[in-house]
Write a protein that binds this ligand. Structure first.
Ligand SMILES: Nc1ncnc2c1ncn2[C@@H]1O[C@H](COP(=O)(O)OP(=O)(O)OP(=O)(O)O)[C@@H](O)[C@H]1O
Ligand SMILES: [Mg+2]
Length: 262
């Protein structure tokens, strides 16, 4: 069974897409079978994976709204090596469609159920909003990874996200877990970053990843070359950080398995 992880935070520009693409590439580098679902009409994960969003036959829109089999929507990425379901502006229309049809919240879960055995990890890159697309992701996922910038308003936005998670737990996905909170674009010289970290750790304990993603220009440059940072500049601090994150996630899984088998 694959680990389905929604990468979500309704706040814009916090590093969701950067995390989806680079975590996918890093997990692929450790020989895991990885699929990225681009669920954002901006199509940033698609472009950042080297796929031209204006030139795809089937995208996530077709899965959610046209009933196209997800197997027809899987595209290879090069050099990332993972698979992707692409997205583009077509997906903007999905919001209205999903609100109108019966079981609109379940479309992605139903589609992913048909390929659950084919991947070790399915990472869903969510749009910066708590709309029907994000709801589809949170209903389909087993857990949510929350990237956040350690700045003043970060915690404020978090409570709206936690409310949404609780609502989804009460209705369609009782087992939705918090996978982890990831500090992104981190600058230790910023006093606020240290304060926000303290508060995060107090509230979320060991759900806060030890791995911190630093602010790193290579991470910002890589998408314009259509590649993850580990192929763009493997020695960069950004690449090392996302490889470390993949390692941390895999180690946590191993520990959980050991406890479950003990
Ligand atoms: N650690 C980092 N260091 C430097 N730049 C970064 C880092 N992480 C992300 N960026 C840059 O910051 C911008 C926003 O990142 P990203 O697109 O990943 O955020 P997002 O949460 O997906 O945004 P949106 O909400 O619009 O989908 C991008 O230009 C990205 O290249
Ligand atoms: Mg994004």
């Amino acid at each position: 069974m694959s680990r389905v992880i929604a990468i979500a935070n309704q706040k814009g520009g916090v590093g969701k897409t950067t995390t989806a693409v680079n975590l996918a590439a890093s997990l692929t580098a450790t020989k895991r079978r990885v699929l990225v679902i681009d669920l954002d009409p901006q199509g940033n994960a698609t472009m950042g994976s080297g796929v031209d969003k204006s030139d795809v036959q089937y995208s996530s829109y077709d899965i959610l709204c046209e009933g196209v089999d997800i197997r027809n929507c899987l595209l290879p990425t090069d050099p990332g090596g993972y698979k992707i379901v692409a997205s583009n502006g077509d997906l903007t229309a999905a919001e209205v469609h999903l609100l109108e049809v019966e079981n609109g919240e379940l479309q992605l879960r139903t589609a992913l159920g048909t390929i659950a055995e084919d991947y070790d990890f399915i990472l869903i890159d969510c749009p910066p909003s708590l709309n029907m697309l994000t709801v589809n992701a949170l209903v389909a996922a087993k857990s949510i990874l929350i990237p956040m910038q350690c700045e003043y308003y970060a915690l404020e936005g978090l409570s709206a996200l936690l409310d949404t998670i609780n609502k989804i737990r009460e209705s369609l996905n009782p087992d939705l877990a918090i996978e982890g909170l990831l500090r992104t674009m981190y600058d230790p010289r910023n006093n606020l970053a240290v304060q926000v970290t303290e508060q995060l750790c107090k509230y979320f304990g060991d759900k806060v990843y030890r791995t911190i993603i630093p602010r790193n220009v290579r991470l910002a440059e890589a998408p314009s070359h259509g590649m993850p940072v580990i192929t763009y500049d493997k020695t960069s601090k950004g690449a090392q950080a996302y490889l470390a994150l993949a390692g941390e996630i895999l180690r946590r899984d191993e520990l959980k398995e050991q406890v479950a088998n003990a």
